[in-house]
Design a protein around this ligand. Structure first.
Ligand SMILES: O=C(O)c1cc(=O)[nH]c(=O)n1[C@@H]1O[C@H](COP(=O)(O)O)[C@@H](O)[C@H]1O
Length: 283
């Protein structure tokens, strides 16, 4: 991840073949349409951005044809040197969630990605196997911590029973548990396990302290919510504060709306804007 940040900065281009986008791009509403869409986004991102994030749901709705398309898109993105985050938002317990992680993170798997999104609603301990698998195979996870959708507040700002004298919100507890895993178990300077924190939020309301002093080592942050959901890139540093050095700016519709003719140009411009705002340095 460090070399991708250094070379391409922090933009992650979402690959979300929404029905209206397939129409606007002149593509069929089918697995084949989703494949063409995904491959064109990969072409536009290659050499201009470092990371892509296929949204699995928009492929899954076409069943087996959608999965075949997704396999091609994942393989083409990885072959192009892009880091691929499979936005699958899986979550379960024990061997079941381990099987999800094997599907997306095992080297050589048909759906191999570099990282996947995962939910810890059943407890951060419930995703111990995916965390261990990610670490062992040089892959990553992004655990939902404070999501960009307004409905999430009620659950994610909830305060957990007091432990060791400190009351923590759900969001904060997830971030701290992830950070503790990285510090204890990760061989990678940045940590294999990241968190999802939406750019649309006032993070103080979620108990997330963005004002940590120098020396704070944030976990990798996948930050959706820019562009279509309303967060401004110019506010990225002030939103994320001490997490900004590890923040990945993720945008889907705001980029994809450019259409097939202009998307490469728009990715290039946006990648430069993200670099100007956040720089390429880590930590
Ligand atoms: O995990 C995500 O990527 C994610 C988490 C979150 O809190 N909010 C969120 O919007 N996302 C995803 O990020 C993308 C946002 O798309 P745009 O709003 O079009 O940029 C979608 O694929 C969402 O599923």
């Amino acid at each position: 991840m460090a070399s991708v940040f250094a070379e391409f900065g922090r933009l992650c281009v979402g690959i979300d073949p929404h029905p209206h986008l397939l129409r606007e791009w002149g593509l069929e509403e089918s697995g084949g349409g989703a494949r063409d869409f995904g491959l064109r986004v990969v072409d536009a991102a290659a050499g201009r951005a470092g990371i892509v994030k296929p949204q699995v749901a928009f492929f899954e709705r076409f069943g087996a044809a959608g999965y075949a398309a997704l396999e091609d898109v994942l393989a083409s993105a990885r072959a192009a040197g892009l880091l691929v985050i499979a936005d699958a938002k899986r979550g379960d317990i024990g061997t079941t969630v381990e099987a999800y992680a094997q599907a997306w993170l095992t080297p050589g798997s048909p759906l191999e990605a570099d990282a996947m999104t995962i939910a810890a609603f059943q407890g951060v301990g419930s995703i111990a196997e995916p965390m261990a698998l990610a670490e062992a195979s040089g892959k990553g996870l992004f655990v939902l911590a404070a999501t960009s959708n307004p409905e999430a507040e009620l659950i994610q700002r909830a305060v957990l029973p007091v432990e060791n004298g400190s009351a923590r919100t759900v969001s904060r507890a997830i971030i701290e548990d992830v950070k503790a895993f990285n510090e204890a178990q990760s061989a990678h300077p940045f940590g294999s396990i990241g968190v999802v924190i939406g750019a649309t939020l006032d993070l103080s309301r979620f108990g997330i302290d963005t004002g940590s002093p120098a020396g704070f080592n944030p976990p990798p942050v996948l930050a959706p919510g820019f562009g279509h959901q309303g967060a401004a890139l110019s506010a990225a540093r002030s939103i994320f504060g001490s997490y900004a050095p590890a923040t990945i700016v993720s945008e889907s519709r705001a980029i994809l709306a450019a259409g097939p003719e202009r998307i490469a140009e728009v990715v290039g411009v946006r990648a430069e804007q993200v670099r100007a705002e956040l720089g390429a340095e880590i930590g």
